[in-house]
Design a binder for this molecule. Structure first.
Ligand SMILES: *[C@@H]1O[C@H](CO)[C@@H](O)[C@H](O)[C@H]1NC(C)=O
Length: 207
C-alpha cells in the first residue's frame, strides 16, 4: 500500500516534469525548480509570493528567490523566533507591499502579528514591528483585502488562547489594526480565509 502510493506520487511528479502538465496534486510534496521541498505551511500567495520567496507563473513550477525577510538578532524575527504564515498585500495609496505574519517566541507564548514592508513584491522586506493586535493574542491568521474603493483590509485571527476568532480592520497604510469588526466567541477556528462571491463576503476557516 505504502509502495503503491509512493509510486503513484513519483509517477505524477515524473509526468509533470516530462510533459510540463499544469497539474496541482493535492497532498503531494511541492518542490521548487531545484528540487528543494517547499515549506508552505500557512504560506501566502500574492498575484503579481528566512521567509522563503518562490515565484511561479502557473502555480506548479516554483523558482526560489532570495529570502523576502531575513532574521534580525535580538528582535522578534531572530533565528530563535517563529515567523509563519506570511501574507502580502499591496497598498495602492502608499505603493508599498505590506507583509503580515504570525510572529512568536519559540514556545508560541508571545502570540503576536508581525508587519514588514517593501517597495517590490519580492522584497527585501523591512521589519517594522510585532505586536498583539488591539492588545489581544493572535495565532493562526490571515488577511483579506476588499475590492471597495479604498481597498479596506482586515486581519483574521484566532485569539484569546484560540477560543475566539476575530476580524479587525487594518488602518489605511496597513501597518496596524484600527478596530475590531467581528468576533466569533468560543469558535476555536484555525487558518482563516475570506472569499467574496456575488458581492458578499464569507469566512471559511479550515476547522
Ligand atoms: C496600534 O494601534 C494601537 C491603538 O489602537 C496602539 O496602541 C499601538 O501602539 C499601535 N501599534 C503599532 C505597532 O503601531
Amino acid at each position: 500500500m505504502l509502495v503503491s502510493s509512493v509510486l503513484s506520487i513519483f509517477s505524477l511528479v515524473i509526468l509533470s516534469a516530462c510533459s510540463r502538465a499544469v497539474v496541482i496534486v493535492p497532498g503531494a510534496t511541492w518542490t521548487d525548480t531545484s528540487g528543494n521541498v517547499i515549506q508552505a505551511h500557512g504560506g501566502g500567495i500574492l498575484k503579481a509570493g528566512w521567509v522563503d520567496l518562490l515565484l511561479s507563473s502557473d502555480m506548479v513550477s516554483w523558482t526560489r528567490q532570495n529570502d523576502a525577510l531575513t532574521p534580525i538578532s535580538g528582535s522578534m524575527i531572530s533565528t530563535s523566533n517563529i515567523v509563519e504564515r506570511p501574507k502580502v498585500l499591496f497598498n495602492k495609496v502608499t505603493s508599498e507591499y505590506v507583509m503580515w505574519f504570525h510572529s512568536d517566541s519559540s514556545n508560541y507564548g508571545a502570540a503576536q502579528v508581525g508587519v514588514a514592508t517593501a517597495k517590490s513584491p519580492c522584497g527585501p522586506y523591512t521589519f517594522k514591528s510585532s505586536f498583539k493586535p488591539l492588545g489581544a493574542e493572535s495565532r493562526d491568521m490571515g488577511l483579506y483585502q476588499d475590492d471597495d474603493a479604498s481597498q479596506t483590509a482586515y486581519l483574521l485571527y484566532a485569539s484569546d488562547n484560540n477560543q475566539n476568532f476575530k476580524i479587525s480592520k487594518l488602518d489605511s497604510n496597513y501597518y496596524n489594526v484600527s478596530s475590531q469588526t467581528s468576533v466569533l466567541s468560543g469558535s476555536t477556528l484555525e487558518a482563516p480565509g475570506i472569499i467574496k462571491r456575488n458581492g458578499r463576503n464569507g469566512a471559511r476557516p479550515t476547522q
